[in-house]
Design a protein around this ligand. Structure first.
Ligand SMILES: Cc1ncc(COP(=O)(O)O)c(C=O)c1O
Length: 344
């Protein structure tokens, strides 16, 4: 029997659900660059409300939401403090430097959480030698630290440190709702640790396209100008926002299923010879595994023959991501395949 493809490369591969496709079909539309698309407005209002922020804007991607946040918070030549593996530093094509004209100053961390005292020592008001610190960015959950959830205490310390020195905090919450689903902290409490928060409606929430950047009304008005400058003004964007509304209303609750499957993958692989997993870091839907003997590129190749898609994130590393479009049988198939690889 030939199986459907089981894709563990990323939660970005999720496809819109039937309810989303129907909502897209039915969406009430107008021109959002002229400020009139009712479905986009509804999404922005709902997203902002869920985070306890005043306002939001819809962007075509998480990358653009972060870029617009940097452009709006900072002046050219400002310094932005962020974690060394932060998405904005490593995976956004240098946009912060080349478009927003800021400098990135990256800091080591413990599983994605930077030390507030170290940040205090790095923040500078600027003088004729040193650039001004314009922004601190935190990433929740932290992708390249295995989907780790940054603690509320740690985030509060960073926010208080930055705020007391007049520096705003932006939260790259591409997987913000995974952090909330991991339990124990309200969305509004996490969001209160930053002046602005971006989150993706795609990825685990399954919308085909789109992110929201949330913050104070005045900031969002300026952000609209910057979004237009980088080509992110969209006309009948309600056709996408309609899927985003379904994502927000129907898909947040099920993220715990993805977390349970990631945990199963992590625990099984940790018990196999040659597979090293930091189990404490596996708190949501991402599992980073170090391969001591096997060549990740070869494992990816062999997996493809079994209709399993994997992503090698380094010469010794594979990242597994669980999401709506992989189920328990797919996980069983993955683990059976890897057990055979481990024995070979
Ligand atoms: C932490 C983080 N921030 C931002 C993004 C950007 O999202 P997109 O590539 O959908 O624009 C990603 C994408 O994987 C991410 O993992």
């Amino acid at each position: 029997m030939s199986h459907a493809i089981a894709d563990f490369r990323s939660d970005t591969v999720t496809r819109p659900t039937p309810a989303m496709r129907q909502a897209m079909f039915d969406a009430e539309l107008d021109d959002d660059v002229l400020g009139h698309d009712p479905t986009t407005h509804a999404l922005e209002i709902e997203g902002a409300r869920l985070l306890g922020k005043e306002a939001a804007i819809f962007t075509p991607s998480g990358v653009m939401a972060n870029l617009v946040a940097v452009m709006t918070h900072c002046r050219p030549a400002d310094e932005v403090i962020l974690e060394e593996w932060a998405h904005t530093s490593r995976f956004e094509s240098g946009g912060a430097a080349s478009v927003a004209h800021v400098q990135l100053r990256t800091m080591r961390s413990k599983r994605g959480l930077m030390d507030a005292d170290e940040i205090a020592g790095w923040i500078s008001p600027g003088n004729h030698h040193t650039p001004r610190t314009g922004l601190v960015i935190v990433e929740q959950t932290h992708n390249f630290h295995g989907g780790a959830v940054l603690s509320l205490d740690g985030l509060r310390r960073i926010h208080e440190t930055a705020k007391s020195r007049g520096v705003p905090v932006h939260m790259d919450g591409a997987r913000f709702w995974n952090a909330v689903a991991a339990g124990g902290v309200a969305a509004t409490d996490y969001a209160a640790c930053a002046e602005t928060v971006s989150f993706c409606l795609s990825k685990g929430l399954c919308a085909p396209v789109g992110s929201l950047l949330c913050g104070p009304t005045k900031f969002i008005e300026e952000a609209k100008f910057n979004r237009k400058r980088v080509g992110g003004g969209m006309r009948q964007s309600g056709v996408l926002a309609a899927a985003g509304l379904v994502a927000l209303r129907e898909m947040r609750g099920r993220l715990v299923e993805d977390h349970a499957r990631a945990r199963r993958i992590a625990e099984t692989l940790a018990s196999l010879p040659g597979f090293v997993v930091d189990l404490a870091a596996v708190q949501t839907n991402i599992v980073f595994v170090r391969l001591e003997k096997l060549d990740p590129a070869r494992v990816v190749e062999e997996a493809a023959k079994e209709r399993i898609r994997l992503y090698a994130t380094g010469p010794k590393q594979i990242r597994f991501v669980t999401h709506h479009d992989v189920d328990d049988d797919d996980v069983t198939r993955l683990l059976d395949f890897l057990e055979i690889q481990a024995k070979d």
